[in-house]
Design a protein around this ligand. Structure first.
Ligand code: ADP
Ligand code: MG
Length: 692
């Protein structure tokens, strides 16, 4: 249960005054629909309204706050002209101008003969001082309400900074004084203010440096967030680790048979990683290990051998993929190998229904099926195993902490191996997995030819198509990826369809199209045709899943490559890294090309090393965006910025370990405060583990 003290923060923003349903909707899109979301929405700029000169020596171009007397209202003669209000402070004149004005309300707010304080940007036209649409018009006695520094927030159409300031001011008033969860000595050495003070100060920047992530108040908040993250992960890990596991140590016969049948030897990296995994399986604790390996590094065979170890012991194993296509692909690799050695592997996805599902579940419950491959459909309640001892999650970053917890409840003290294809820099491993043990396949099988990557302007499209014709004639298959324009899926689709039509004129029936809006069946059919070679050129939106395996595809064209993130480009290019023939990747770009885009494309040209690319990505974009999407589970941070707070993350990691060592159940006063911290940053799933 969420502590009562935090209730007000998790109330809806519609409980604040001045927020109607339209504003609520806009704010929800901007930052979220709860008070807490407003609280984490920090300013990105500031407007200094303290400049309060006499008009005769005021600097045009600056924002200022001045007290003036209203002299005269001038209604416009045509609709294009502004409504003007002439004023003076006794040293010079100032003209206030308003387009599309409501004369009545202006006359009321700016009565002739009276004094008012106006604040806004001062400009000078032909030597006459002007202020168009002042941000504030108040009575003289209220001057100090205006003449200060105003926070400027990231906005969205329909929301003004004034509205947001008003809403956030109310939101901040709802924050109760919270008990201190940071260590006293640490706070002193870092010179951290308390949480409430830091939060208030972060929303009231006084000068530009206050807006930087390095600012002490922001750093304190970022640390809180990172500590919540690390503590939650550490709690989950402790919980899994404390559990008794099973000593899975097969006789090696099935694995030997498989290795004899493979047309290749394992790489040294694969062998090393397997030794690490086998040791975990054999130990009497539960395994919880992360397996990292770049696309094409050969994770599937490692997964299979891990599962066979479990099968050799008379138990079952399961592998879960994030999408149906990937699950099927695992089936296609794994099943034939299993059949050869008399092991049964089955596929379970959401689409397996009715009788076949019942039969499948029965075989599973009776232990006739040794290996189950599937999507998250594997873990719905009625799926029971006779004896599941090994779970592999091929997650490609789509499963979060929640799912991992749900998973750890399945099976009989089952070992868990999480596989991930995108190389992740060390700091991000920490943020997403905490101290989960991890193994890295840092070597691709020998004999792979490097990919010839070229960066080409879209103006050379005709030549690109010409080159493609020659490739297709030589028997190559090609992916043609059209970009994701985030605002609208419709637009994406239109771009892809248009390219499909134009390529059809060249390649006729040998070009196909897949996109996210298609039904699974249609998608499968097109993919199948591409696999068999009926289709030679496959136009796709980014739906070509990470992991889709068509060894004959050796050419990839990526249109508007400048719009993709590095990690995404790397993943896409990985699709053609599988063959032993030479492959070509053409990155087509359009202007304008930002400096970051240019560097990204260059990086792609210069290296294929996923870890190098990941580091570069982190450098160019910051951790939040590294994997392109927010759903990735890597950007759980709203306040911390991995490019700046990396070092503090390591501190938070140590802090979390120390906390759990001293107070495993979070019972001490600091422990109780830390529980509040976990709820505040919505890492509650970790706290809940105590109640089970
Ligand atoms: P990943 O899942 O890591 O992207 P896969 O497991 O799909 O990579 O392997 C990519 C390709 O490399 C597959 O065709 C696989 O059979 C092959 N492969 C795996 N290990 C080796 C190896 N040691 N030597 C040669 N080829 C390998
Ligand atoms: Mg794979």
């Amino acid at each position: 249960m969420r502590p009562e003290i935090l209730f007000p923060l998790f109330a809806g923003i519609n409980t604040l005054s001045g927020i109607g349903s339209k504003t609520e909707k806009l704010l929800t899109g901007l930052c979220g629909n709860r008070i807490i979301d407003l609280i984490w929405h920090l300013p990105s700029g500031l407007t200094d309204r303290r400049y309060s000169p006499q008009l005769f020596n005021a600097r045009p171009g600056s924002v200022c706050t001045v007290k003036v007397r209203i002299l005269e209202h001038q209604e416009p003669k045509t609709r294009k002209q502004p409504y003007k209000v002439l004023c003076s402070d006794g040293t010079d004149q100032l003209t206030l101008s308003f387009f599309k004005a409501y004369p009545d309300s202006l006359k009321k707010n700016l009565p002739v003969g009276e004094e008012r304080v106006v604040s806004g940007k001062l400009e000078s036209f032909n030597g006459i001082l002007q202020m168009s649409h002042p941000d504030y018009i108040v009575r003289p006695e209220d001057i100090d309400k205006v003449r200060g520094v105003e926070a400027v927030y990231p906005l969205t159409a329909g929301i003004t900074n004034k509205m947001l300031n008003k809403a956030i001011k109310q939101a901040l008033q709802k924050v109760p004084p919270l008990p201190e969860w940071l260590d006293e000595h640490f706070m002193r050495s870092e010179k951290f203010p308390g949480f409430n003070q830091a939060l208030n100060a972060a929303h009231h920047p006084q000068s530009e440096p206050d807006l930087l992530p390095e600012n002490i108040n922001r750093t304190r908040l970022a640390y809180d967030e990172m500590l919540a993250n690390q503590l939650a992960l550490a709690i989950v890990r402790e919980r899994v680790k404390k559990q008794q596991g099973r000593e899975i140590k097969g006789n090696g016969l099935l694995r030997k048979k498989i290795l004899e049948r493979l047309p290749f030897d394992l790489t040294d990296a694969q062998k090393r990683v397997l030794e690490e995994i086998y040791a975990d399986q054999a130990s009497r604790f539960r395994m919880l290990r992360l397996l990292q390996g770049d696309v094409g590094s050969g994770k599937t065979i490692v997964a299979l051998l891990t599962m066979l170890n479990a099968v050799e012991c008379g138990t079952q194993a399961a592998i879960m993929a994030p999408t149906e296509i990937l699950a099927k692909q695992h089936l296609e690799t794994i099943r034939p190998l299993c059949e050869e050695i008399g092991i049964r592997a089955e596929l379970l996805t959401g689409r397996v229904k009715g009788k076949s599902r019942t039969a499948l579940l029965q075989d599973l419950a009776e232990g006739k099926t040794d290996i189950l491959i599937g999507t998250h459909a594997l873990f719905v309640e009625d799926v029971t195993f006779r004896d599941l001892s090994c779970i592999i999650v091929d997650e490609q970053h789509r499963f979060g902490v929640h799912q991992r917890l749900a998973l750890s409840n399945k099976g009989n003290k089952a070992d868990i191996l999480v596989m991930t294809a995108t190389p992740i820099p060390r700091t991000l491993v920490l943020t997403a997995y905490g101290d989960m043990e991890y193994s890295k396949i840092d070597q691709v099988p020998a004999g792979r030819k490097p990919i010839d990557t070229r960066v080409i302007p879209i103006s050379k499209l005709a030549e690109v198509v010409g080159g493609l014709i020659r490739k297709v004639e030589a028997g190559c298959r090609c992916y043609w990826v059209c970009p994701l324009v985030e605002e609208s899926e419709k637009v994406d689709l239109a771009a892809a369809e248009e390219r499909f039509e134009s390529l059809k004129k060249v390649f006729g029936n040998e070009v196909g199209l897949v996109h996210g809006k298609m039904k699974e069946k249609e998608k499968d059919a097109v993919m199948e045709q591409f696999k068999t070679g009926k289709i030679k050129v496959l136009v796709a939106t980014t739906v070509i899943e990470v992991g889709v395996n068509v060894p004959e595809a050796t050419v990839m064209v990526i249109e508007h490559a400048e719009r993709f993130g590095l990690a995404q480009l790397h993943q896409l290019r990985g699709r053609i890294k599988r063959g032993f023939q030479a492959s070509t990747c053409l990155l087509l770009y359009s202007y304008p090309l930002s400096e970051t885009s240019r560097q990204r494309l260059n990086t792609m040209k210069e290296t294929e090393d996923g870890f190098e690319i990941a580091e570069k990505d982190l450098e160019l974009r910051g951790g939040g965006e590294i994997l392109g999407t927010r759903q990735s589970g890597f950007c759980e941070f709203r306040l911390a910025d991995m490019t700046v707070h990396k070092q503090l993350l390591l501190t938070a990691n140590k802090d979390a370990k120390m906390i759990l060592a001293q107070d495993p159940n979070l019972q001490s006063p600091r422990g109780k405060a830390l529980r509040i911290l976990l709820y505040l940053f919505e890492r509650d799933e970790a706290v809940k583990t105590y109640q089970q």
